[in-house]
Ligand binder design. Structure first.
Ligand code: C2O
Length: 318
């Protein structure tokens, strides 16, 4: 085309970040290599810092007696900060899925900040562990059991053998199909129902850290069953305080979050509609953004993962 005509084209929107299947990502893949280095950077921060590894685990639950990193020199967050931000994980409730989505999102943003600062992939996203796809997929993904990073340093994605099932760090089998399968959960037609009726996502409750009878099918299996399976008899993953200290926690929960989207793609499945304000906006949750600033969120803000604020999809989405 002569004449020097320049045709202006609208800038393409930035591509949404893609959460990838961890089975294909070896430890020297930049997604895993920078993830490991970012975790190391979070682990170097003190527990009172909301962007530290230990504070982030405390959000799920904190109990110094079961904290494997507890030390006499710890300066914990103030009682007021603990009361506001710790012991927040939502279980046995219809908030199980949206709350864990919020939790993963804020953790992911903290990791993403470190990944970018270290020169890693600018579109980095958490990897997921799809243990239900086949017996081979139920083995711990390779990067979570590699002894070292490409530079020879210890791999923070791997934790001590004793803190996982004896076969986990060796790449062996440690599950039965009944523990890995989401089939029963995906067969549920309702997102929420009141006990004793069953549902995919859990029964209506207010803020509910634990206890009660509002557990949805997905929270039981494969969520709960895989927590127990990968932890072995006494590992981190079966304990609310220790679970987020095993990096596989975040990829397990990505898979649970992905399964929510798989469920919604089936005919006739929907989230509670907007008239169910108790679920959409009735309970707010406090977390911290990547700079450590407190944020308040409700379920209504996390229902579209392609929104500008969440900005992710899963690799297997159509
Ligand atoms: Cu709040 Cu898998 O747990």
């Amino acid at each position: 085309m002569g004449g020097g005509v320049v045709v202006a084209r609208p800038a393409a929107p930035p591509p949404v970040r893609v959460r990838r299947n961890a089975k294909n990502l070896q430890i020297d893949n930049p997604i895993m290599d920078f993830y490991a280095k970012a975790i190391r950077a979070m682990q170097a921060k003190l527990i009172a810092d909301p962007t530290s590894w230990r504070f982030q685990a405390g959000i799920h639950q904190y109990n110094s007696a079961s904290d494997p990193n507890a030390s006499s020199t710890d300066v914990l967050p103030s009682a007021a900060v603990q009361a506001e931000f710790w012991n927040r994980c939502q279980h046995n409730t219809w908030f199980f899925l949206p709350w864990h989505r919020m939790y993963l999102h804020h953790f992911e943003q903290m990791i993403l900040g470190h990944v970018r600062a270290l020169g890693g992939p600018p579109d980095w996203a958490l990897p997921y562990w799809d243990y239900g796809a086949s017996p081979a997929d139920a083995a711990l993904p390779p990067a979570f059991r590699a002894a070292s990073l490409a530079d020879g340093s210890a791999n923070p994605l791997r934790i001590a053998d004793a803190e996982r099932h004896p076969n986990a760090n060796t790449g062996g089998s440690f599950t039965a199909p009944a523990e890995t399968s989401a089939a029963d959960a995906l067969a549920e037609t309702l997102f929420s129902a009141t006990f004793p009726a069953t549902s995919f996502g859990g029964g209506p409750t207010g803020f509910n850290h634990s206890g009660g009878n509002g557990r949805g099918k997905l929270e039981s299996t494969p969520h709960g069953s895989m927590h127990v399976a990968v932890s072995g008899p006494g590992g981190f993953m079966r304990n609310f305080t220790k679970a987020p200290l095993d990096p596989i926690f975040w990829s397990h929960h990505c898979n649970i979050d992905r399964l929510w989207k798989v469920w919604l793609r089936q005919a006739g499945r929907t989230n509670p509609d907007a008239t169910v304000t108790a679920w959409h906006t009735g309970t707010s949750f406090r977390l911290h953004d990547a700079s450590g600033t407190p944020v308040t969120m409700t379920c209504s803000q996390v229902l579209n993962t392609r929104s500008a604020s969440l900005d992710y999809i899963y690799e297997d989405e159509p």
